[in-house]
Design a protein around this ligand. Structure first.
Ligand SMILES: [Zn+2]
Length: 225
């Protein structure tokens, strides 16, 4: 998702730095200045996120909101379920390469979501001419919401992408991303935030070092005179 929706990012708390749908979903469990911020604060925020990543179009998003008003308990359960899936996917992103139990649990969560939802898959043409996959659930309207997200995680496993999934090198930053660089050396979730902070810190260290060297040289000059 590098072509993130710029206009909507101004009004929404979502970040799109993961480069994969499932990783962007994990990143809704975010932190600002080391304090945890859950962008999925309620069911409506979940619908907003699904709209922002074009899993739901405006029409289906509106239908989902109406459904949530009619079935508030169902919507609450769907949100809890989305967070549960997200926790499994975060573990997969962070430790899936090294921990087999984490991988197995993620696979069982993926299959739980895929297995309980019935509906029709469709390929649709949008008004701008682009194509979008959609899933029209039957029965439980909320059951299908997580399908594109878990399918994205399933793709990562099928394609063997886990080795390229990283957590941001800033220890206070929980964001995960797919490293699509040629040399596999992407370290930061975002060059504009974490990468820039690291660059500034490196710059400050260098200035300090230069200052110390200057002072040491000065002492040397004084002593040798
Ligand atoms: Zn970061």
């Amino acid at each position: 998702m590098s072509q993130s929706p710029v206009a909507s990012s101004l009004t929404q708390p979502f970040v799109f730095v993961g480069d994969r749908l499932w990783l962007d979903f994990v990143n809704t469990d975010d932190a600002r200045r080391g304090v945890r911020v859950d962008a999925l604060r309620d069911f409506d925020a979940l619908v907003q996120w699904l709209e922002a990543v074009a899993v739901l179009d405006a029409e289906r998003g509106a239908a989902m909101r109406r459904r949530a008003q009619q079935q508030p308990a169902g919507a609450t359960a769907a949100l809890a379920d989305a967070r549960r899936v997200r926790a499994a996917l975060r573990a997969l992103a962070e430790r899936g390469m090294v921990a087999e139990d984490v991988r197995q649990y993620a696979v069982s969560e993926i299959n739980r979501v895929l297995g309980r939802s019935a509906g029709t898959r469709r390929l649709e043409v949008r008004s701008d001419g682009s194509f979008v996959r959609s899933f029209v659930p039957v029965g439980d309207a909320f059951a299908g919401l997580m399908i594109p997200v878990v399918e994205s995680a399933a793709d990562a496993l099928v394609l063997g992408e886990l080795a390229r999934v990283r957590r941001c090198a800033d220890p206070r930053c929980p964001r995960v991303f797919y490293d699509g660089t040629k040399n596999g050396r992407r370290r930061w979730c975002d060059m504009a935030t974490c990468g820039n902070r690291a660059k500034a810190a490196r710059h400050r260290r260098k200035l300090r070092q230069e200052q110390e060297e200057k002072e040491a040289a000065h002492v040397w000059e004084t002593v040798s005179r």
